[in-house]
Design a protein around this ligand. Structure first.
Ligand code: FAD
Ligand code: EPU
Length: 338
């Protein structure tokens, strides 16, 4: 049943742990709910879809009608000798879906284990980790378009996926609610364990025969050792994107800072870890009152207890300014700011 709740605390609904209130909130469980809710939303009030609240920083009460996505279900749409196509409700918890695939021997998503949030948010910033991006696994996405008042399905190419980017952060922002994602997964694993220390972790675990379960467990262990658990310390994962710069700029930085890491993206472009730039500027482990920069991963800004969203936002502005001043690189925020 579609309900309208007023003045709802969002504290339990965002991993940064910001104590803000939504003026209106409705839980969306079906596509029909999307169609029905429109009549209740005043024209001047934008919608704010919310999944797990793990990539959002509230600096104030949202002046929006919050649509909490709880559209569920995992359905096998079709299969052939090599692949399965799964249609997944956007409100499914991402890591539950990953574990479902691992259990059923559907390969592709295992490196994306333990990323917080929902399936519906995954395409929005094209989630990625340990050498895999979700765009490699998406067949189509379906969303309710609140302007056109209809369901729209886009194929992978139309989503304009990029590094932590897609059409949903631009042209379609603010006018849609993702309802379903269709994933094409493989029946035969193609293990990707070259990133970072996955192999080292598998060795430590004593794994000699690779399996989806083992790779997933290795990724989970690595993540647990590096990233703060939002249940213990408020955060939204990487606060900034890793900057992509022209190769010539990277080379000249390397002349001044010989240890600067960089990953070649194309002949012209190099990606520099923002964590390194932030650490060099002295921010790693910084703490002021209840807000700070994580001790193990400086890309993650944290709320130790009762920091305000504006504290975290201003900290991010100071970090951007110091990286700009020292390296001439503009860091871009990855987290959605409200
Ligand atoms: P929310 O925070 O609820 O929403 C994020 C944005 O998407 C908002 O703008 C919201 O309006 C919009 N949105 C959400 N659902 C819908 C919908 N159904 N329809 C339309 N718009 C919607 N990300 C990575 O890519 N890789 C990582 O390794 C990673 N590690 C993380 C580790 C930690 C500890 C944390 C806290 C976060 C991490 N993240 C990572 C970020 C985050 O998990 C992802 O961005 C995730 O996809 C967010 O999902 P969510 O459901 O919580 O989205
Ligand atoms: N580094 C430092 N100091 C540190 C930590 C890291 O200098 O304290 C440097 C090192 O050079 C290291 C490099 O940063 O090799 C990369 O670190 P890491 O492998 O931890 O990854 P990241 O680039 O910091 C990205 C994603 C993460 C994702 C990991 C693993 C972005 C913005 N972040 O982090 O995604 O989990 O790779 O693939 O691309 C997220 O988006 O929220 C997120 C956590």
């Amino acid at each position: 049943m579609l309900t309208i709740q007023k003045n709802i605390p969002l504290l339990p609904l965002n991993t940064f742990g910001m104590a803000v209130n939504a003026p209106f909130l409705s839980v969306i469980r079906t596509v029909a709910d999307c169609a029905h809710i429109k009549a209740h939303i005043p024209n001047h009030l934008p919608i704010l879809p919310l999944g797990g609240g793990s990539n959002i920083l509230f600096t104030q009460d949202p002046q929006a009608w919050v649509l909490k996505n709880e559209i569920r279900g995992i359905h096998l749409l079709k299969e052939d000798d090599g692949s399965v196509w799964l249609e997944v409700g956007a409100g499914e918890v991402w890591n539950d879906f990953v574990q479902y695939c691992v259990q059923h021997d559907y390969a592709g998503v295992e490196n994306l284990s333990l990323i917080p949030g929902t399936v519906g948010a995954a395409p929005i910033q094209n989630i990625g980790a340990y050498g895999v991006e979700v765009k490699q696994l998406i067949d189509t996405v379906t969303f309710w378009d609140f302007n056109k008042e209809t369901l729209v399905t886009l194929d992978n190419a139309a989503c304009l996926f990029g590094y932590r980017n897609s059409i949903f952060k631009h042209e379609l922002k603010g006018q849609f609610l993702m309802t379903h994602v269709v994933f094409k997964l493989s029946k035969t694993p193609n293990f990707n364990i070259s990133y970072g220390n996955i192999q080292e972790e598998l060795d430590r675990m004593g794994i000699t025969t690779l399996s989806l379960k083992a790779v997933s467990a290795a990724v989970v262990h690595i993540r647990e050792s590096k990233l703060p658990n939002p249940k213990e310390i408020g955060n939204a994962g990487s606060f900034f994107k890793n900057p992509e710069v022209p190769h010539t700029i990277y080379q000249s930085l390397k002349d001044d800072y010989p240890t600067i890491p960089g990953y070649t993206i194309s002949e012209q472009v190099t990606k520099i870890p923002a964590a390194w730039l932030i650490e060099q500027c002295g921010w790693k482990g910084f703490r002021e009152g209840d807000f700070g920069v994580h001790q193990k991963q400086p890309l993650v800004l944290v709320n130790y207890a009762q920091a305000k969203g504006s504290d975290i936002f201003h900290l991010s502005t100071r970090i951007i300014a110091s990286v700009q001043e020292r390296f001439g690189i503009s860091l871009e925020r990855e987290v959605q700011i409200v």
